[in-house]
Write a protein that binds this ligand. Structure first.
Ligand code: SAH
Length: 238
């Protein structure tokens, strides 16, 4: 079943006009035509059964029929990730969406050499990954923020700080179900500076953890940490 994330409000009898990209995807790539069924979701109103009403040059229009699934959301899990090269950052966002992160917060650290990211592109990647997974919410991608400020404004949720230094506790040993929400922190390719590491280790809400004896690339570390978290504390247990 084709699933599309749309910005429109969804309700029985609604008519929606898809944007040019999604219109092209449906009509040209997937060769769908009038009468064909798809599912749509907007992150708020659940998932809806819809039919293609018209395929025109200006785009595809859908008729929204009935709700197929009510809105649901996975665990309240944030991934905080230092900016890394674009291709790896895109992988991290896609995998975070697949692995059920609710938010991706981009952080600027001493050793990141970028302070901006293509947020529109990252949001599109997150939406496409959500479409494919069947999840009904799309992870929010927050604009880059200096790590000091991000930590100063922290809401207090437990922060699992992935620390490659080697002397931290294995991540699996510190995980327990976190009904109040949680976050995972991954550093940049150059790692955290000694000062940042000191500061992180002193935070009352942060726990340094190890992902094993090998240094992982940031994207691998993010995937490994999200997987461990979901398995030990998140919705892989259900
Ligand atoms: N440049 C650093 C490695 C950084 S790896 C060095 O060579 O020492 C990027 C990030 O992935 C790290 O900041 C950390 O958050 C995470 N990471 C990688 N390997 C890890 C491990 N074995 N345990 C915990 N975190 C790890």
């Amino acid at each position: 079943m084709i699933r599309l994330f749309v910005p429109h409000d969804l309700a029985e009898g609604a008519q929606i006009a898809l944007d040019p990209g999604q219109s092209r995807y449906l009509a040209v790539v997937m060769r769908q035509g009038p009468g064909d069924s798809i599912r749509v979701f907007n992150g708020r109103d659940g998932e809806w059964q819809a039919r293609i009403a018209t395929v025109a040059k200006r785009g595809v229009a859908l008729d929204v029929d009935a709700q197929a699934r009510p809105q649901t959301a996975g665990p309240d899990l944030d991934l905080v990730v230092a900016l890394v090269k674009r291709a790896r950052l895109e992988v991290i966002v896609e995998k975070a969406a697949e692995l059920g992160a609710r938010r991706v917060r981009l952080a600027v650290t001493e050793r990141t050499n970028a302070d901006h990211a293509r947020l529109d592109r990252l949001a599109a990647i997150a939406a496409e990954a959500a479409e494919q997974t069947g999840r009904l919410d799309v992870p929010e991608i927050l604009p880059p923020m200096k790590i000091d400020r991000l930590l100063a404004e922290w809401d207090g949720r437990p922060l699992v700080f992935c620390d490659e230094a080697g002397d931290a506790t294995p991540m699996l040993d510190v995980l327990a179900p976190q009904p109040e929400g949680a976050a995972i922190l991954i550093g940049p390719e150059g790692g955290f500076s000694p000062a940042e590491r000191e500061r992180l280790r002193a935070l009352p809400f942060a726990t340094p953890v190890s992902l094993g004896p090998r240094i992982l690339r940031a994207d691998t570390a993010a995937i490994a940490a999200l997987s461990l978290w979901q398995a030990a504390a998140g919705d892989w247990r259900a």
